[in-house]
Design a protein around this ligand. Structure first.
Ligand code: CP3
Length: 345
Protein backbone atom coordinates (compact mmCIF):
# COMPACT_ATOMS: atom_id res chain seq x y z
CA UNK A 1 0.00 0.00 0.00
CA UNK A 2 2.95 2.36 0.58
CA UNK A 3 4.35 2.02 -2.92
CA UNK A 4 3.38 5.68 -3.56
CA UNK A 5 6.07 8.25 -2.70
CA UNK A 6 5.43 10.06 0.59
CA UNK A 7 3.45 13.28 0.10
CA UNK A 8 4.89 15.86 2.52
CA UNK A 9 3.12 19.01 1.23
CA UNK A 10 0.98 19.25 4.40
CA UNK A 11 4.02 19.08 6.72
CA UNK A 12 5.92 21.64 4.65
CA UNK A 13 2.96 24.02 4.78
CA UNK A 14 2.69 23.55 8.57
CA UNK A 15 6.29 24.75 8.80
CA UNK A 16 5.44 27.81 6.71
CA UNK A 17 7.35 26.55 3.66
CA UNK A 18 6.22 27.08 0.06
CA UNK A 19 4.62 24.03 -1.60
CA UNK A 20 4.10 23.25 -5.31
CA UNK A 21 0.38 22.75 -4.66
CA UNK A 22 -1.86 23.74 -1.76
CA UNK A 23 -2.35 20.81 0.64
CA UNK A 24 -5.88 20.04 1.79
CA UNK A 25 -7.60 17.84 4.36
CA UNK A 26 -11.03 18.14 5.93
CA UNK A 27 -12.03 18.14 9.56
CA UNK A 28 -14.30 15.13 10.17
CA UNK A 29 -13.24 13.73 6.81
CA UNK A 30 -14.22 10.27 8.08
CA UNK A 31 -17.91 10.10 8.83
CA UNK A 32 -21.49 9.45 7.97
CA UNK A 33 -21.45 11.19 4.57
CA UNK A 34 -19.50 8.15 3.34
CA UNK A 35 -21.55 5.02 2.53
CA UNK A 36 -18.53 2.86 3.46
CA UNK A 37 -18.36 4.53 6.90
CA UNK A 38 -22.07 3.96 7.48
CA UNK A 39 -21.68 0.27 6.60
CA UNK A 40 -18.88 -0.16 9.16
CA UNK A 41 -20.64 1.98 11.78
CA UNK A 42 -23.75 -0.25 11.47
CA UNK A 43 -21.67 -3.10 12.92
CA UNK A 44 -19.97 -1.27 15.81
CA UNK A 45 -20.60 1.43 18.39
CA UNK A 46 -18.46 4.57 17.99
CA UNK A 47 -16.02 3.53 20.72
CA UNK A 48 -15.81 -0.05 19.41
CA UNK A 49 -14.54 1.43 16.15
CA UNK A 50 -11.85 3.15 18.23
CA UNK A 51 -10.87 0.00 20.10
CA UNK A 52 -10.12 -2.20 17.06
CA UNK A 53 -6.96 -0.89 15.34
CA UNK A 54 -7.78 -2.54 11.99
CA UNK A 55 -11.21 -0.85 11.92
CA UNK A 56 -9.81 2.48 13.12
CA UNK A 57 -7.10 2.35 10.44
CA UNK A 58 -9.58 1.40 7.72
CA UNK A 59 -11.90 4.31 8.56
CA UNK A 60 -8.93 6.72 8.82
CA UNK A 61 -7.72 5.69 5.34
CA UNK A 62 -11.14 5.90 3.68
CA UNK A 63 -11.11 9.66 2.93
CA UNK A 64 -7.44 9.58 1.90
CA UNK A 65 -8.18 6.94 -0.71
CA UNK A 66 -11.59 8.28 -1.70
CA UNK A 67 -10.89 12.04 -1.82
CA UNK A 68 -7.13 12.19 -2.40
CA UNK A 69 -6.49 14.52 0.55
CA UNK A 70 -2.94 15.36 1.67
CA UNK A 71 -3.23 14.25 5.32
CA UNK A 72 -5.02 11.61 7.35
CA UNK A 73 -6.49 12.33 10.79
CA UNK A 74 -6.66 9.50 13.28
CA UNK A 75 -10.20 8.21 13.65
CA UNK A 76 -11.10 8.80 17.29
CA UNK A 77 -13.00 11.49 19.19
CA UNK A 78 -11.99 14.27 21.57
CA UNK A 79 -13.87 12.24 24.24
CA UNK A 80 -11.82 9.05 23.67
CA UNK A 81 -9.27 9.59 26.50
CA UNK A 82 -11.94 10.76 28.98
CA UNK A 83 -13.77 7.44 29.22
CA UNK A 84 -10.85 5.51 30.78
CA UNK A 85 -10.10 8.27 33.33
CA UNK A 86 -13.58 8.06 34.83
CA UNK A 87 -15.97 10.03 32.62
CA UNK A 88 -19.11 8.03 31.80
CA UNK A 89 -19.39 9.18 28.17
CA UNK A 90 -21.27 7.75 25.22
CA UNK A 91 -21.47 9.08 21.67
CA UNK A 92 -25.07 9.28 20.55
CA UNK A 93 -25.57 9.51 16.82
CA UNK A 94 -27.05 12.87 15.81
CA UNK A 95 -26.55 14.26 19.35
CA UNK A 96 -22.86 13.99 20.20
CA UNK A 97 -21.15 13.09 23.48
CA UNK A 98 -23.50 12.51 26.43
CA UNK A 99 -22.12 12.22 29.97
CA UNK A 100 -23.73 10.25 32.80
CA UNK A 101 -21.70 11.76 35.65
CA UNK A 102 -21.26 15.51 35.04
CA UNK A 103 -18.78 17.45 37.17
CA UNK A 104 -20.32 19.65 39.88
CA UNK A 105 -17.56 20.01 42.48
CA UNK A 106 -13.85 19.87 43.31
CA UNK A 107 -14.39 16.33 44.64
CA UNK A 108 -15.64 15.29 41.18
CA UNK A 109 -12.50 16.75 39.60
CA UNK A 110 -10.25 15.00 42.11
CA UNK A 111 -11.88 11.65 41.35
CA UNK A 112 -10.63 11.76 37.73
CA UNK A 113 -7.59 9.56 37.17
CA UNK A 114 -4.37 10.67 35.49
CA UNK A 115 -4.18 9.36 31.93
CA UNK A 116 -1.67 6.54 31.40
CA UNK A 117 -1.76 6.09 27.63
CA UNK A 118 -0.17 2.61 27.56
CA UNK A 119 -2.74 1.29 30.07
CA UNK A 120 -5.80 3.40 29.25
CA UNK A 121 -5.68 3.82 25.46
CA UNK A 122 -3.14 1.29 24.06
CA UNK A 123 -5.33 0.85 20.97
CA UNK A 124 -4.70 4.48 19.95
CA UNK A 125 -0.96 3.92 19.72
CA UNK A 126 -1.48 0.58 17.95
CA UNK A 127 -3.73 2.24 15.38
CA UNK A 128 -1.14 4.98 14.79
CA UNK A 129 1.65 2.43 14.28
CA UNK A 130 -0.49 0.44 11.87
CA UNK A 131 -1.44 3.57 9.92
CA UNK A 132 2.16 4.69 9.59
CA UNK A 133 2.89 1.43 7.77
CA UNK A 134 -0.07 1.93 5.44
CA UNK A 135 -0.19 5.65 4.64
CA UNK A 136 1.73 7.70 2.11
CA UNK A 137 0.44 10.99 3.55
CA UNK A 138 1.17 12.43 7.03
CA UNK A 139 -0.94 11.27 9.96
CA UNK A 140 -2.45 13.95 12.21
CA UNK A 141 -3.01 13.08 15.87
CA UNK A 142 -5.40 15.19 17.94
CA UNK A 143 -6.93 16.00 21.30
CA UNK A 144 -9.69 18.19 22.68
CA UNK A 145 -8.56 21.35 24.49
CA UNK A 146 -9.28 21.72 28.23
CA UNK A 147 -12.12 24.27 27.86
CA UNK A 148 -13.95 22.26 25.20
CA UNK A 149 -13.57 18.98 27.11
CA UNK A 150 -14.64 20.69 30.36
CA UNK A 151 -17.74 22.07 28.64
CA UNK A 152 -18.99 18.53 27.91
CA UNK A 153 -17.91 17.26 31.34
CA UNK A 154 -19.78 20.04 33.17
CA UNK A 155 -22.86 20.47 30.93
CA UNK A 156 -23.31 16.68 30.60
CA UNK A 157 -23.57 16.94 26.81
CA UNK A 158 -23.71 19.44 23.95
CA UNK A 159 -24.74 22.97 24.94
CA UNK A 160 -25.67 26.25 23.26
CA UNK A 161 -24.51 28.87 25.74
CA UNK A 162 -22.21 26.99 28.17
CA UNK A 163 -23.92 28.60 31.17
CA UNK A 164 -23.07 25.79 33.60
CA UNK A 165 -19.46 25.71 32.42
CA UNK A 166 -18.95 29.46 32.76
CA UNK A 167 -20.83 29.59 36.08
CA UNK A 168 -18.52 26.83 37.41
CA UNK A 169 -15.49 28.81 36.16
CA UNK A 170 -16.66 32.00 37.92
CA UNK A 171 -17.95 30.49 41.18
CA UNK A 172 -15.53 27.59 41.80
CA UNK A 173 -12.15 29.03 40.79
CA UNK A 174 -10.13 26.41 42.70
CA UNK A 175 -12.07 23.52 41.19
CA UNK A 176 -11.84 25.14 37.74
CA UNK A 177 -8.08 25.53 38.09
CA UNK A 178 -7.76 21.90 39.23
CA UNK A 179 -9.78 20.80 36.21
CA UNK A 180 -7.68 22.87 33.78
CA UNK A 181 -4.48 21.50 35.37
CA UNK A 182 -5.72 17.93 35.08
CA UNK A 183 -6.97 18.29 31.49
CA UNK A 184 -3.81 20.20 30.54
CA UNK A 185 -1.63 17.35 31.87
CA UNK A 186 -3.85 14.82 30.11
CA UNK A 187 -3.61 16.64 26.77
CA UNK A 188 0.19 16.83 26.97
CA UNK A 189 0.57 13.16 27.97
CA UNK A 190 -1.92 11.97 25.36
CA UNK A 191 -0.46 13.97 22.46
CA UNK A 192 3.13 13.06 23.37
CA UNK A 193 2.12 9.38 23.35
CA UNK A 194 0.51 9.83 19.92
CA UNK A 195 3.65 11.56 18.62
CA UNK A 196 5.88 8.81 20.05
CA UNK A 197 3.74 6.22 18.27
CA UNK A 198 4.14 8.08 14.96
CA UNK A 199 1.71 11.03 14.66
CA UNK A 200 3.45 13.58 12.39
CA UNK A 201 1.41 16.66 13.39
CA UNK A 202 -1.16 17.31 16.12
CA UNK A 203 -4.30 19.43 16.18
CA UNK A 204 -5.89 20.67 19.38
CA UNK A 205 -9.63 21.18 18.98
CA UNK A 206 -10.99 24.01 21.13
CA UNK A 207 -14.31 24.10 19.31
CA UNK A 208 -16.33 25.91 21.98
CA UNK A 209 -13.81 28.31 23.58
CA UNK A 210 -15.26 31.19 21.50
CA UNK A 211 -17.99 31.27 24.18
CA UNK A 212 -15.51 33.21 26.35
CA UNK A 213 -14.68 36.89 25.95
CA UNK A 214 -11.04 37.81 25.38
CA UNK A 215 -10.41 38.92 28.96
CA UNK A 216 -11.71 35.66 30.41
CA UNK A 217 -9.76 33.71 27.80
CA UNK A 218 -6.55 35.39 28.96
CA UNK A 219 -7.29 34.80 32.64
CA UNK A 220 -8.70 31.27 32.57
CA UNK A 221 -7.34 29.65 29.39
CA UNK A 222 -4.13 31.25 28.08
CA UNK A 223 -1.97 29.72 30.88
CA UNK A 224 -3.03 26.13 30.18
CA UNK A 225 -2.84 26.50 26.38
CA UNK A 226 0.64 28.06 26.67
CA UNK A 227 1.73 25.13 28.84
CA UNK A 228 0.37 22.58 26.35
CA UNK A 229 1.98 24.07 23.23
CA UNK A 230 5.24 24.79 25.07
CA UNK A 231 5.47 21.14 26.16
CA UNK A 232 4.79 19.96 22.60
CA UNK A 233 7.50 22.24 21.14
CA UNK A 234 10.20 19.88 22.39
CA UNK A 235 8.82 17.09 20.15
CA UNK A 236 9.50 19.16 17.00
CA UNK A 237 6.15 18.05 15.57
CA UNK A 238 3.93 20.85 14.12
CA UNK A 239 0.94 21.91 16.22
CA UNK A 240 -2.41 23.33 15.06
CA UNK A 241 -5.02 25.11 17.23
CA UNK A 242 -8.63 25.32 16.03
CA UNK A 243 -11.82 26.83 17.41
CA UNK A 244 -15.22 28.02 16.21
CA UNK A 245 -16.51 31.57 16.63
CA UNK A 246 -13.16 32.52 18.09
CA UNK A 247 -12.27 35.41 15.78
CA UNK A 248 -12.05 37.77 18.78
CA UNK A 249 -9.30 35.55 20.28
CA UNK A 250 -7.03 35.35 17.24
CA UNK A 251 -4.43 37.83 18.46
CA UNK A 252 -4.16 35.91 21.72
CA UNK A 253 -3.71 32.72 19.70
CA UNK A 254 -1.04 34.38 17.58
CA UNK A 255 0.98 34.85 20.79
CA UNK A 256 0.74 31.16 21.81
CA UNK A 257 3.71 28.87 21.04
CA UNK A 258 1.63 27.08 18.37
CA UNK A 259 2.62 26.69 14.69
CA UNK A 260 -0.68 26.85 12.79
CA UNK A 261 -3.94 28.67 13.51
CA UNK A 262 -7.15 27.04 12.23
CA UNK A 263 -9.83 29.54 11.18
CA UNK A 264 -13.56 28.92 11.08
CA UNK A 265 -15.51 30.47 8.19
CA UNK A 266 -16.60 33.60 10.06
CA UNK A 267 -13.20 35.30 9.91
CA UNK A 268 -11.73 35.62 6.43
CA UNK A 269 -8.01 35.10 5.91
CA UNK A 270 -7.63 38.77 4.92
CA UNK A 271 -9.42 39.90 8.09
CA UNK A 272 -7.14 37.69 10.20
CA UNK A 273 -4.02 39.05 8.45
CA UNK A 274 -5.25 42.65 8.84
CA UNK A 275 -5.78 42.01 12.56
CA UNK A 276 -2.09 41.09 12.80
CA UNK A 277 -2.19 37.29 12.70
CA UNK A 278 1.18 36.23 11.29
CA UNK A 279 1.12 32.44 11.82
CA UNK A 280 0.54 29.83 9.15
CA UNK A 281 -3.20 29.49 8.56
CA UNK A 282 -5.50 26.55 7.95
CA UNK A 283 -9.07 26.91 6.74
CA UNK A 284 -11.74 28.01 6.14
CA UNK A 285 -14.54 27.17 3.69
CA UNK A 286 -18.00 27.24 5.24
CA UNK A 287 -18.99 23.54 5.18
CA UNK A 288 -22.55 24.58 4.24
CA UNK A 289 -21.16 25.56 0.82
CA UNK A 290 -20.73 21.83 0.16
CA UNK A 291 -24.52 21.92 -0.37
CA UNK A 292 -24.47 25.03 -2.62
CA UNK A 293 -24.29 25.06 -6.44
CA UNK A 294 -20.77 24.16 -7.64
CA UNK A 295 -20.11 27.65 -9.13
CA UNK A 296 -20.71 29.26 -5.75
CA UNK A 297 -18.55 26.72 -3.92
CA UNK A 298 -15.76 27.07 -6.51
CA UNK A 299 -15.78 30.88 -6.37
CA UNK A 300 -15.45 30.86 -2.57
CA UNK A 301 -12.74 28.18 -2.64
CA UNK A 302 -10.79 30.29 -5.18
CA UNK A 303 -11.14 33.39 -3.00
CA UNK A 304 -9.77 31.45 -0.01
CA UNK A 305 -6.88 30.11 -2.10
CA UNK A 306 -6.06 33.61 -3.42
CA UNK A 307 -6.02 35.04 0.11
CA UNK A 308 -4.29 32.05 1.73
CA UNK A 309 -1.42 31.77 -0.75
CA UNK A 310 -0.32 35.40 -0.31
CA UNK A 311 2.14 34.02 2.25
CA UNK A 312 4.00 30.66 1.89
CA UNK A 313 2.57 27.76 3.88
CA UNK A 314 -1.21 27.59 3.64
CA UNK A 315 -3.42 24.57 4.35
CA UNK A 316 -6.91 24.39 2.85
CA UNK A 317 -9.63 22.99 5.11
CA UNK A 318 -13.25 23.61 5.95
CA UNK A 319 -14.20 26.11 8.65
CA UNK A 320 -15.72 23.22 10.63
CA UNK A 321 -16.34 19.52 10.06
CA UNK A 322 -17.96 17.77 7.10
CA UNK A 323 -21.55 16.97 8.01
CA UNK A 324 -23.60 13.88 7.15
CA UNK A 325 -25.53 15.31 4.16
CA UNK A 326 -22.41 16.39 2.24
CA UNK A 327 -21.71 14.37 -0.93
CA UNK A 328 -18.55 12.38 -1.54
CA UNK A 329 -18.51 13.61 -5.17
CA UNK A 330 -18.54 17.26 -4.09
CA UNK A 331 -15.54 16.73 -1.80
CA UNK A 332 -13.73 14.87 -4.59
CA UNK A 333 -14.34 17.73 -7.01
CA UNK A 334 -13.29 20.33 -4.43
CA UNK A 335 -10.07 18.45 -3.64
CA UNK A 336 -9.19 18.22 -7.36
CA UNK A 337 -9.93 21.95 -7.74
CA UNK A 338 -7.60 22.87 -4.86
CA UNK A 339 -4.86 20.66 -6.23
CA UNK A 340 -5.12 22.23 -9.69
CA UNK A 341 -5.07 25.80 -8.30
CA UNK A 342 -2.27 28.02 -9.52
CA UNK A 343 -1.90 31.51 -8.16
CA UNK A 344 -2.25 34.32 -10.73
CA UNK A 345 0.77 36.49 -10.11
O1 CP3 B 1 -11.85 14.47 11.61
C1 CP3 B 1 -11.89 13.23 11.55
O2 CP3 B 1 -12.26 12.60 10.51
C2 CP3 B 1 -11.38 12.43 12.73
C3 CP3 B 1 -12.29 12.05 13.69
C4 CP3 B 1 -12.98 13.03 14.62
C5 CP3 B 1 -14.26 12.75 15.15
N1 CP3 B 1 -14.56 13.73 16.06
C6 CP3 B 1 -15.07 11.59 14.79
C7 CP3 B 1 -16.50 11.60 15.08
C8 CP3 B 1 -12.54 14.23 15.20
C9 CP3 B 1 -11.26 15.00 14.93
C10 CP3 B 1 -13.56 14.65 16.11
C11 CP3 B 1 -13.44 15.84 16.95
C12 CP3 B 1 -14.57 16.29 17.75
N2 CP3 B 1 -15.52 15.53 18.39
C13 CP3 B 1 -14.81 17.64 18.09
C14 CP3 B 1 -13.94 18.78 17.66
C15 CP3 B 1 -14.23 19.20 16.28
C16 CP3 B 1 -15.59 19.77 16.07
O3 CP3 B 1 -16.34 19.18 15.31
O4 CP3 B 1 -15.88 20.81 16.67
C17 CP3 B 1 -15.96 17.69 18.89
C18 CP3 B 1 -16.59 18.93 19.46
C19 CP3 B 1 -16.40 16.35 19.08
C20 CP3 B 1 -17.57 15.88 19.87
C21 CP3 B 1 -18.48 15.13 19.00
N3 CP3 B 1 -18.33 13.80 18.72
C22 CP3 B 1 -19.58 15.61 18.24
C23 CP3 B 1 -20.10 17.03 18.26
C24 CP3 B 1 -20.06 14.53 17.48
C25 CP3 B 1 -21.12 14.54 16.40
C26 CP3 B 1 -22.45 14.10 16.79
C27 CP3 B 1 -23.24 13.74 15.55
O5 CP3 B 1 -23.70 12.60 15.51
O6 CP3 B 1 -23.36 14.56 14.64
C28 CP3 B 1 -19.29 13.41 17.80
C29 CP3 B 1 -19.41 12.07 17.22
C30 CP3 B 1 -18.45 11.78 16.15
N4 CP3 B 1 -17.10 12.00 16.23
C31 CP3 B 1 -18.75 11.21 14.88
C32 CP3 B 1 -17.52 11.07 14.21
C33 CP3 B 1 -17.29 10.47 12.86
C34 CP3 B 1 -20.11 10.74 14.41
C35 CP3 B 1 -20.29 9.37 15.04
C36 CP3 B 1 -21.35 8.52 14.44
O7 CP3 B 1 -21.04 7.81 13.50
O8 CP3 B 1 -22.47 8.56 14.96
Amino acid sequence: MTSKPFNDTFLKACRGEATERVPVWYMRQAGRYQPEYRAIRAKYSFFEMNYIPEVCAEVTRLPVEQLGVDAAILFADIMTPLKPIGVDVNIESGVGPVIGNPITSLADVERLQDLEPETHVPYIMESIKLLREQLSVPLIGFAGAPFTLASYMIEGGPSKHYHKTKAFMYTEPAAWQALMDKLGDMTITYLKAQIKAGAQAVQVFDSWVGALNDEDYREYITPVMTRIFQALKETGVPTIYFGIGAGHLLLDWNRLPVDVVGLDWRTSITTARNMGVTKTLQGNLDPTLLLAPWEKLEAKAKEILDEGTKQPGFIFNLGHGVFPDAKVETLQKLTAFIHSYKRDV
